[in-house]
Ligand binder design. Structure first.
Ligand SMILES: [Zn+2]
Length: 241
């Protein structure tokens, strides 16, 4: 319940992240409405909020995901994670990851990018939260799994990026490493399973979109949302949710 409420409360800031960072590589952050040029977000993140409507308050232009979508997904994901992990020291790390994963998935769908500002900057925070959790819970051995998970997923995807640069980007490898760091808490099998699940899920959706002629054979689907879905499906499965 507290997890669900936390996700819902964070949603206005998650919408700001999606709005600001849904830009092509090299472009400045978005701060103004594309319809009426009103400044919608400015200054520090915590000073800006966006309503769940997904529309500009002045001209009603679409400025983000549909009404309530970010709110529902953030609340459902953090609620599920909190319910699965329970009141344990590692909950903070996984709740942080859940809240980060939501804007990353939406930005990847919008502009096929996973900004370094969200992925790379999250590494020390997530690693720190997991390290504190491992020490507080008296399970320092978990840190070995965390480091191995991050290395296996990050380097594994980096190899795939080098093999297929037309299908995968460096952002995918950075996100995979971050999710691997988290899933490494439960061991390498969870990391490998999540990576495999991401490909299976993207393959199924890609085939469905191809069969319904929504995409062409050479279209590249963003992998970020599938990486996130695979990781959280394994997380919830592993913790017996
Ligand atoms: Zn507007």
């Amino acid at each position: 319940m507290i997890g669900t409420a936390g996700g819902a409360l964070a949603a206005p800031w998650l919408r700001v992240l999606v709005f600001r960072l849904s830009v092509r590589s090299g472009e400045p952050d978005r701060t103004r409405c594309p319809g009426c040029a009103t400044v919608l977000v400015s200054g520090r993140l915590w000073r800006s909020l966006l309503s769940p409507s997904g529309r500009c308050p002045r001209c009603r232009s679409r400025i983000g995901p549909s009404a309530g979508v970010v709110e529902c997904i953030a609340a459902a994901l953090t609620g599920a994670v909190a319910g699965a992990i329970g009141p344990r020291p590692e909950l903070l790390a996984f709740a942080f990851l859940a809240l980060l994963a939501v804007p990353l998935a939406f930005i990847d769908v919008a502009v096929h990018r996973l900004p370094d500002r969200l992925t790379l900057r999250a590494y020390p925070i997530l690693a720190g939260l997991l390290a504190v959790a491992a020490l507080v819970s008296g399970e320092p051995h978990r840190l070995l799994g965390v480091l191995a998970g991050g290395a296996v997923a990050g380097l594994g995807y980096l190899a795939l990026v080098l093999i297929r640069p037309d299908q995968l980007g460096l952002g995918d490898a950075k996100l995979a490493g971050l999710l691997g760091l988290a899933l490494g808490w439960w061991g390498l099998s969870a990391v490998v399973l999540a990576c495999a699940l991401a490909f299976v899920l993207s393959g199924i959706l890609g085939l469905a979109l191809l069969l319904t002629r929504r995409v062409k054979l050479d279209s590249a689907l963003p992998l970020g949302p599938f990486l996130v879905a695979g990781a959280f499906a394994v997380l919830l499965g592993t913790t017996g949710w």
